[in-house]
Design a protein around this ligand. Sequence first.
Ligand SMILES: [Fe+2]
Ligand SMILES: [Fe+2]
Length: 341
Amino acid sequence: MSAGIAAEADELEQYFEETVARDRRIEPRDWMPDAYRRTMIRQIAQHAHSEIIGMQPEGNWVTRAPSLRRKAILLAKVQDEAGHGLYLYSAAETLGADRADLTDRLITGKQKYSSIFNYPSLTFADVGVIGWLVDGAAICNQVPLCRSSYGPYARAMIRICKEESFHQRQGYELLMTMMRGSDAQREMVQDATNRWWWPSLMMFGPPDADSPNTEQSMRWRIKRHTNDDLRQRFVDMTVPQAEVLGVTLPDPDLRWNEERQHYDFGQPDWAEFRRVISGNGPCNTQRIANRRAAHEAGAWVRDAAAAYAAKRERASRTGAVPPALRGEVRATREGGAHECP
Ligand SMILES: [Fe+2]
Ligand SMILES: [Fe+2]
């Protein structure tokens, strides 16, 4: 490397460091270190995969929701999660990632998604508890990401967080309704809480002492708080909600610590966490098999969309309108409400 190029590289790096240190955003066209780009792609892709795989445990209940109202709410929520996945894949694309490649990494097990979605949803109370605890933990994790140093990710997170807080409230409202119902319904809520509590705590990742990348991520401002800090926030936020709901959180060590002004709580089973993230949780195989089947079954949609885009491109280049597009052009000229058929 010549002295001139080396000086320029130093300058770019310094500009990057200063931008991050001043809490300003890095945008897609800005220079960034390769390691930052790689880390951001991995973080955003894992987040996108989690949103998409996260549709499955609740999607499982769409056809069996107990009323039309509950079905409509659940359908809207699951659809929101698909939208979150799509914004996030788009954010990863701004870093040069290829969406087909990311999907391939997900279905071949090369990239991970949140361990929580490898647990089964056994009763309809699970739908409420997932909204309350899983979306609740997602909010604690994601609100600080609205200030991520990577601009497209930070902006996607603002909208996502608004929708996640709606999800949390719908889950809590469902549980409140069940708690006002029969003994059997109250037992279902307690049972679902018992099963989801510890996996929810695992959503914040391993204890700080076992999280070697935290320091670099904090310096790059792509992580704003440590795993243990976020876990504590979640526990502090959730315990009073459990009291209002009338359920018991399954942790004998859970108690208010007057001196710390926080709740003390027990540790999840970290051996189980490692088993689940390495592919041996109760539903890993099924989740990936479903995702793979959906991807394969959707191949014709991708082919049709690509053929349609190519046709439009040709038409705009030559000025000729192929027969397949004539109706659309007429509708647009006549003031049709939509652009695409
Ligand atoms: Fe989401
Ligand atoms: Fe959500």
